[in-house]
Design a protein around this ligand. Structure first.
Ligand code: AMP
Length: 188
């Protein structure tokens, strides 16, 4: 069975070059490990960078794009599969169904909303899939601090560490998700 990872990340490139290069590095690693990428289907920003890098190494990429966003977000035309959904809610549902694990890269409100939704689904035991935040340039430290505050104030039903893992380098993502390196990567 093909393993599949859903990546949530910004539709903008951000101002620091490390964000685009981390997205590309992750895309390359997914392809090298034979792991399918599921993402929002856009061509721009970090979203485009992770998809382009996976495709460039011969990886499989599934994009899930809502019709209602067609005017704002340009769909990537070179994907292995592009799924159109009626709205954002169906998009998230379809992305979650197709994924064995979730990776969150820096991004805007859309990314944060998607990340918090899967974290809250996991807390509610709607699923038990691994979630990793790639903390490039310390982007997620305020979210880590907020999670600590949520716990300290008694509003969390699970410890943050049980819900998501935070790593700082792209190469740490797949081990944190529990993927074992594919044999061809071990040979090198
Ligand atoms: P952003 O991080 O704001 O650049 O958005 C990243 C992606 O999340 C884009 O593809 C947005 O269309 C998507 N997005 C924004 N809001 C939502 C939402 N409420 N549900 C699902 N996806 C969203």
């Amino acid at each position: 069975m093909t393993k599949s990872v859903c990546v949530f990340c910004g539709s903008a490139p951000g101002v620091y070059e490390e964000h685009m290069s981390a997205a590309s590095a992750l895309g390359t690693l997914l392809a090298e490990q034979g792991i399918q990428l599921v993402y929002g289907g856009a061509r721009a920003g970090l979203m485009g960078a992770v998809a382009d890098a996976t495709l460039a190494r011969g990886g499989r990429v599934v994009g899930v794009m809502p019709r209602e966003l067609e005017r704002y977000e340009v769909a990537h035309q070179g994907l292995s599969e592009l799924i159109w959904t009626a709205d954002l809610h169906e998009r998230k549902q379809r992305m979650a169904e197709r994924a064995d694990a979730f990776v969150v890269l820096p991004g805007g409100y859309g990314t944060l909303e998607e990340a918090l939704e899967v974290i809250s689904w996991k807390q509610m035991r709607l699923f038990d899939k691994p979630i990793v935040l790639l903390d490039t340039r310390g982007f997620f430290q305020p979210l880590v601090a907020l999670a600590e505050s949520v716990s300290r104030h008694g509003f969390a039903y699970a410890r943050a560490e049980a819900l998501f893992t935070v790593v700082s380098q792209p190469r740490e993502v797949l081990p944190a998700l529990g993927f074992k390196p594919a044999p061809r990567a071990e040979a090198g």
